[in-house]
Each structure stands twice: as C-alpha cells, then as structure tokens.
Design a protein around this ligand. Structure first.
Ligand SMILES: [Zn+2]
Length: 374
C-alpha cells in the first residue's frame, strides 16, 4: 500500500502544477510515466485511468468514464484518478486506500449514494484536515451524475470533532447544553459521523425542491453553497428528532452532534486569512454565521457569560428556518431559476448581515471563539 502511494506522490510533484491547464502533451507524458512505472502499471485502477487518458487525448475532452464507472461499481478499495477541485487546491494526481464502514440498518430506508469510509493510506493531496470528502465533481471531468458515489472520510471527520469541536464544547457552551456530547469516546464520534454524513447526503439528493446534483450549478456560488449546507443539516437534525421511535438513543445524540458541527466548528476553523488579514470564510463557515445569527435573533440560542446556551424552543426555531428555506425553493414551480436564485441570495445576505444591534453578531462571536480555541 505504502509503496503505491509513494509512487503517486512522485507523480504529484511533476504534474499537480499543470492540473488547471492539462493539455495533450502533459497527458501523454503522464500516461507514459504510469506505464513505465512497474508498481503502478500492474494495478487494475491504473488501466482504467490509462484508457481514460487515451480517450481524453483523442477526443480533446476531460472524461474519466472508465475510472468513474469502476469507482461507482465499488469493486475495490483503491481510488486512483486526476482531480481538480476549486475548494481543494491540493488535489491533482492522487490516490487513496480505504475501508468501507457498515451502516446501521435504520439508515437504509434513507436512499443515498454516500459511502462512509475510513481512509487507510492516501497521497499528499488528501492530507489537509479540511479534505474530508471526495465528490464526483472533484475529478477533472467536473461533473456529478445521478448515482455517482460520494466518499466521506469518517476518520477525518471524527478527528476534527475530537480536536476542535470537543474543545469548544468544553469551554464555550453552558453546562446544560450539548449534554450528550460531553465525555464521548472516539468510537462514538465515528458512529455519529456515519449517521451525519448519511443523512446529510440524503437531504442534498432527495429532499427539498432544488436537490443536488440537478441544481448544483444554481447553488454553486459560495454563499448559496453555505445555505445549502445549512438546509441539509437542518433537515437531518429534524429527522433525528422525529425518528426517536426507530433511532432510539442515537436520535438525541446525533441531533446534538450535527448541531455542534454546523453551529460551533465550521465558523471557528473554517476561516482562512488573506495577506492583509481580512477574513476568507469557507462556504461551511458562512453557513455557521447564518445559522448563528438566525438562532440568536429568534431566541433559539442565547449567550450566557460568553457561552452558547441552547434555549428550550430551539427545535421550533430550527423548523421555522427550514420552512423559510423550503418556501423559497418551492418558488421554482412558478418562477425561473434565475429569479429563485435571486430570492435565495437575498435571504442568505439578510442572514449574514445581522442588523440587530442589541445582540452579538456571528462575525464578532466566532472571532472570539477562534481566539479562545485555536
Ligand atoms: Zn454537503
């Protein structure tokens, strides 16, 4: 395993700087390098990739049909492909080994293409703590087709929760809030992640009026991507609340887990800083900001001695917020995509720019959180 990954790491050094402008000459060179590499050339996945590269050269296109077909068939535990993802610039020619995770029976009725996995060994492009998933549109072909598998790296999600979210929970929430998450084991974190990513993708793909991948393009600008992340996690949290009879103990536990990640962590560790010191929040961080502002203005949470407190009517506030988003999405039956996009943008901007001067706003609170935690 290690030897194969090390060979892929060597290819990265040569080719990743060319990923944004792959031309036929580079593709031919890459193909030659894979073929003459004794370790890589023997792999079945390499053969699919080589066939695809050949097609790309002939058609002057960026298709990875055989590679993706192989991945979607879930035949092996190794992925080898060429990636180009705007939100994950470290990706290029990459590979990883993984182990599939058994999913609890109760989740099977929620249809999704998600594959929760444990990453076993990966090339350097996947090292960043923020690279926790592989989406079909991350391959250079850049598209997500219905049925394409989505990989979530459960052990990387779990580590982020253990290293960051748990710190926030210890220092920055009141003693009666998030009680199910205090003192949990690493194994429990992993099982909560499996529920989260499963329900998350289920909501992206099948719930609401503008599901993904059909409306991926409409939702691809950063602020709308943030709103979409918020929408699906709201749906997942509320599904947990409503599924107590089937989920039992997991219901409240997973609810609090998703809430902690969406509300507390992304706004804290999802922000990078430009050279001049200005904030550059990820779309996930924007979703935390919007979420925080809405919850505080509608009394779903409050700040007590600088700590976040979950108020008794939190669930009603979550329901209201989700209904508002769905109401805008539903306009698609009478309005054009451009008009609905405009409405979603207005709504998101309002959530981001809290105007209530009596209450603390998200940018100020998360700045404080980052200062205390990171
Ligand atoms: Zn998502």
């Amino acid at each position: 395993m290690k030897a194969i990954i090390s060979e892929v790491n060597k290819l990265r050094v040569t080719y990743n700087k060319e990923i944004k402008n792959l031309n036929n000459e580079t593709l031919k060179k890459l193909s030659k390098d894979i073929r003459k590499n004794k370790i890589l050339n023997n792999l079945k996945c390499s053969q699919y990739l080589l066939d695809d590269i050949e097609c790309m050269i002939v058609d002057n296109s960026l298709n990875l049909n055989k590679t993706k077909l192989h991945i979607n068939a879930s035949e092996c535990n190794f992925i080898f492909s060429i990636f180009n993802a705007p939100y994950t610039p470290s990706l290029g020619v990459e590979a990883f080994y993984f182990e599939k995770i058994q999913v609890d029976e109760v989740l099977h009725k929620y249809q999704t293409n998600v594959l929760p996995i444990l990453i076993k060994e990966a090339s350097k492009g996947f090292f960043s703590a923020h690279t926790v998933a592989l989406f079909p549109e991350n391959h250079i072909s850049g598209e997500q087709l219905i049925g394409d598998k989505i990989f979530y790296f459960v052990n990387k999600f779990a580590l982020r929760h253990a290293n960051t979210t748990q710190k926030i929970l210890k220092k920055m929430v009141t003693s009666s809030s998030f009680n199910k998450l205090k003192a949990i084991s690493y194994q429990e974190i992993e099982s909560a992640v499996v529920y989260w990513v499963w329900l998350h993708e289920y909501h992206h793909q099948t719930q609401g009026f503008l599901p993904i991948p059909k409306y991926l393009k409409l939702k691809s600008i950063k602020i709308l991507a943030g709103l979409e992340e918020l929408r699906v996690d709201l749906g997942s949290m509320l599904l947990c609340v409503e599924s107590y009879s089937t989920m039992g103990n997991m219901s409240e536990f997973v609810f609090q887990f998703i809430l902690s990640e969406r509300l507390l962590r992304y706004g804290t560790d999802g922000v990078q800083f430009n050279i001049n010191g200005s904030e550059n929040p990820s779309y996930d961080a924007l979703s935390s900001y919007m979420f925080f502002n809405y919850l505080i203005e509608n009394n779903g949470i409050s700040i007590q001695n600088n700590k976040i407190h979950l108020n008794d009517n939190l669930i009603n506030v979550l329901k209201e917020l989700l209904q508002k988003i769905y109401a805008i999405e539903a306009l698609i039956s009478t309005k054009s995509e451009t008009e609905v996009k405009e409405e979603l943008l207005n709504f998101s901007h309002k959530l981001l720019c809290s105007k209530n001067e009596k209450l603390i706003s998200a940018n100020i609170y998360y700045k404080y959180l980052r200062h205390t935690i990171l």
